[in-house]
Design a protein around this ligand. Structure first.
Ligand code: SF4
Length: 322
């Protein structure tokens, strides 16, 4: 029997479980013990490099396991390892068997009131004081201030001139942005580029960013479908936006869409009612909101898309001539 000491966190269990799997230790030969201290240095050192031969497990298992690990049940580590062992050695699709007693227990733990994502600590601890845009971008690449970094490809930080007069803020990166690591380079970016060109604004002279720096999505088959970030994720990421705006000091701040507009103008802001008007804020003497370019793409038919595009262009024209 092997006694494995772990901190009561998913990450600590995962580290130990990888090593046990590598060594071929079956669940019946493991006793799990929670400790408050970090795991032994030797175990940490061994785990920093991925052990050879580690078998990939389905993301669904990792998601359920992560939530179940947060449940206040002392037997969860054993259950997690038993299930992992079976996923690796017996049935890769075990979680699809909803009649399996272990799967049912794991699902119940993952859904229990104490389970769920960890409370976001937020981006603030990752932000170097007084940093410029280049340093901020480098630091943001290492941010784990909320859970969104776990499934996204990379941090998508703002891009553009560090001395830009105009800063534009959207909601979050999309599928293409996540893959390319740059904001507004997918279909919504194409709409924005077209609208900017229509009003004579040069994208190279702007700084373009998002309120949330990691792509939040739901997998449907091979597609990754955008999911609106939750309020706690927006709040967690907000320090990056604050730091960008503090470093750039724009004269004009443009909120693209409701998420950015509510961060800047407050929860009562309504794009349909309040867009297209300049107001001073603590971030910029001229702050304005307009439709997010993706709203144009979501128009129900060509006529609605054309109408939304015309309103976006109207607002951008005010910015171009301000
Ligand atoms: S979404 Fe923002 S706070 Fe969350 S991990 Fe990414 S950069 Fe950090």
């Amino acid at each position: 029997m092997r006694t494995v000491e772990i901190e009561p966190t998913f990450e600590s269990w995962q580290t130990a479980a990888r090593l046990l799997l590598r060594d071929g230790v079956p669940p019946a030969d493991v006793r799990w013990r929670e400790i408050a201290q970090p795991v032994q240095p030797s175990l940490v050192a061994e785990a920093t490099a991925p052990p050879p031969g580690v078998v990939k497990v389905p993301r669904q298992f990792l998601d359920v396991a992560r939530r179940a690990a947060a449940a206040p049940d002392p037997t969860r580590w054993q259950l997690l390892y038993e299930t992992l062992w079976r996923v690796v050695h017996q049935n890769h699709d075990l979680l699809a068997d909803t009649r399996d007693p272990a799967v049912r227990r794991l699902s119940a733990l993952a859904a229990s009131p104490g389970a769920g994502s960890r409370e976001a600590e937020g981006a603030a601890p990752f932000i170097p004081a007084g940093a410029g845009i280049t340093e901020l971008r480098a630091a943001a690449a290492r941010c784990t201030g909320c859970d969104l970094y776990r499934h996204a490809t990379q941090t998508v930080f703002g891009l553009g001139a560090a001395g830009a007069r105009i800063v534009m803020v959207g909601e979050q990166p999309g599928d293409q942005e996540d893959l390319k690591g740059a904001p507004f380079v997918g279909p919504a970016g194409e709409v924005l580029d077209r609208a900017l060109a229509d009003v004579g604004l040069d994208r190279q002279s702007l700084y373009v960013t998002n309120a949330v720096k990691h792509f939040k999505f739901e997998e449907r088959g091979k597609r990754r479908i955008h999911q609106t970030p939750r309020a706690n994720e927006i709040a967690a990421c907000r320090p990056w936006l604050e730091a960008e705006l503090a470093a750039i000091h724009p004269e004009i701040l443009v909120c693209l869409g409701a998420t950015a507009a509510r961060i800047v103008f407050g929860d009562s802001f309504r794009i349909t009612r309040d867009r297209g008007r300049f107001a001073p804020t603590r971030w910029a003497p001229k702050t304005i909101a307009t439709y997010h370019p993706s709203a144009v793409l979501r128009g129900q038919d060509e006529a609605e898309q054309a109408q939304l595009y015309a309103m976006l262009v109207d607002d951008l024209r005010k910015i171009a001539t301000a």
